[in-house]
Design a protein around this ligand. Structure first.
Ligand code: NI
Length: 257
């Protein structure tokens, strides 16, 4: 059973010292591809080097809304270079996060729009992070990006209504460990609603490990539990979920083979 993890952070310090061992083990045990997602200038730089060490590892470059407070025009210019590096497949993760008060909303919006423009310019898909910012994210995506390039709404945390909006615009819905949580009812409904050919699997490792590992350090091997949960919700086999989401992920990131 081949599995594609479309969103992980193996450059995170949670994997310090174990990164190489873990990545190789996971690949041996069926994790066919992993996309390591950039979330700051620093991680975007690190990732362009990291992907050279593993043939099954790809990356993205982008600045997460939580890091947008210190972003500069020079950073944007550097991102434009970084995203042209080998095996960098998308711009992300970018978006809006109003969970905390910082950085100010206007700053987050500014750099979100700038990075969406960058994606359009370089013709790369986008990886969107949106938390507690449903309306502003949708407004910006509609105004700036609808149908322009491919993309995924990562760690989808809204309801069916919003899923429909993004599906109508052509985006994929990223589903991870939260779908296995007892209080994950909203995401279970989204998983049921979203056509199988528009779902991609993601860990967001080291975060959001599925049940029975909830609260522990996440890793791509646990995607099996996410696939099982989606299979149960949709009344199909786990193999079917893995196969379909694998092909979806290749389409999302334009991996041809
Ligand atoms: Ni992430």
């Amino acid at each position: 059973m081949k599995i594609f993890d479309t969103h992980a952070h193996y450059d995170d310090r949670a994997f310090l010292g174990e990164q190489e061992f873990l990545l190789r083990q996971m690949h041996r045990e069926g994790i066919e591809y992993i996309v390591n997602i950039g979330c700051s200038m620093e991680s975007s730089r690190v990732i362009t080097e990291l992907v050279k060490q593993y043939d099954f590892l790809y990356g993205t470059a982008g600045v997460h809304p939580e890091d947008a407070g210190t972003m500069t025009e020079e950073d944007l210019a550097e991102l434009e270079e970084l995203c042209k590096a080998d095996k960098i497949l998308a711009i992300g993760e970018i978006g809006l996060d109003y969970h905390y008060d910082e950085p100010p909303k206007e700053i987050q919006k500014k750099w979100f729009v700038c990075q969406l423009d960058l994606a359009k310019r370089v013709k790369l898909p986008v990886v969107i992070h949106s938390r507690d910012a449903a309306k502003d994210t949708l407004d910006i995506m509609k105004a700036e990006h609808a149908g322009q390039t491919n993309g995924v709404i990562h760690c989808f945390s809204y309801g069916v209504e919003l899923a429909r909006e993004y599906l109508d615009m052509g985006y994929y819905i990223g589903i991870g460990g939260v779908v296995t949580f007892k209080n994950g009812r909203k995401l279970k409904e989204v998983a049921e609603y979203t056509p199988l050919d528009r779902i991609v699997l993601e860990t967001d490792a080291p975060y959001l490990a599925p049940v029975p590992f909830r609260g522990k350090r996440n890793c791509s091997l646990y995607l099996r539990y996410v696939a099982e949960e989606i299979a149960g919700i949709k009344g199909i086999s786990t193999e079917e979920v893995c196969e379909a989401t694998f092909e979806n992920a290749k389409r999302l990131y334009n991996i041809l083979d």
